[in-house]
Design a protein around this ligand. Structure first.
Ligand code: ATP
Length: 138
């Protein structure tokens, strides 16, 4: 089996979409193995978003991720990394397919950062790295 890190970002928590996101994950048949409401820190986000170092949207992204609590979850299942990214839909919610979390629940608010409800690890290797950051020891 495989694990992925799912984050409900501050926009999703503020809009009351935690249950909706978790509902879709559970309805798909994946298993929650860790779940926590928490605030990120600049240090954690610097590591989490290390691949975006130097990109113009990094600071707006970090500011956004610090703007309120997030829900962090470890989700397990066969091919769950790919499966959750399919549930989430494209990064840009304007064009994310209807039926996906971002396509159904997010849109462009004209802000510097793309507010798109969720994060999901992009590979099994990223997933294990990110799980180690958010849930050390798991
Ligand atoms: P995530 O990693 O959060 O699941 P993703 O893989 O679809 O999303 P990445 O390219 O890893 O997207 O970017 C991480 C996050 O940074 C995006 O989810 C979005 O919130 C923000 N972001 C990405 N590209 C841009 C951009 N060009 N302008 C503003 N914000 C962006």
């Amino acid at each position: 089996s495989q694990r992925t890190l799912v984050l409900v970002k501050p926009d999703g928590v503020a809009r009351g979409l935690v249950g909706e996101v978790l509902r879709r994950v559970e309805a798909k048949g994946y298993t929650l193995v860790a779940l926590e409401l928490r605030r990120a820190t600049p240090e954690l986000l610097a590591e989490h978003y290390a691949e975006h170092a130097g990109k113009p949207f990094l600071q707006p992204l970090v500011d956004f991720m610090l703007s309120g609590p997030v829900v962090a979850a470890v989700v397990e299942g066969q091919r769950v990394v790919e499966g959750f990214r399919s549930l989430a839909g494209a990064t840009d919610p304007t064009v994310a397919a209807p039926g996906t979390i971002r396509g159904d629940l997010a849109r462009d608010w004209g802000r510097k950062v793309i507010e798109n409800i969720v994060h999901g690890s992009d590979s099994p290797e990223s997933a294990e790295r990110e799980i180690g950051l958010w849930f050390p020891g798991l």
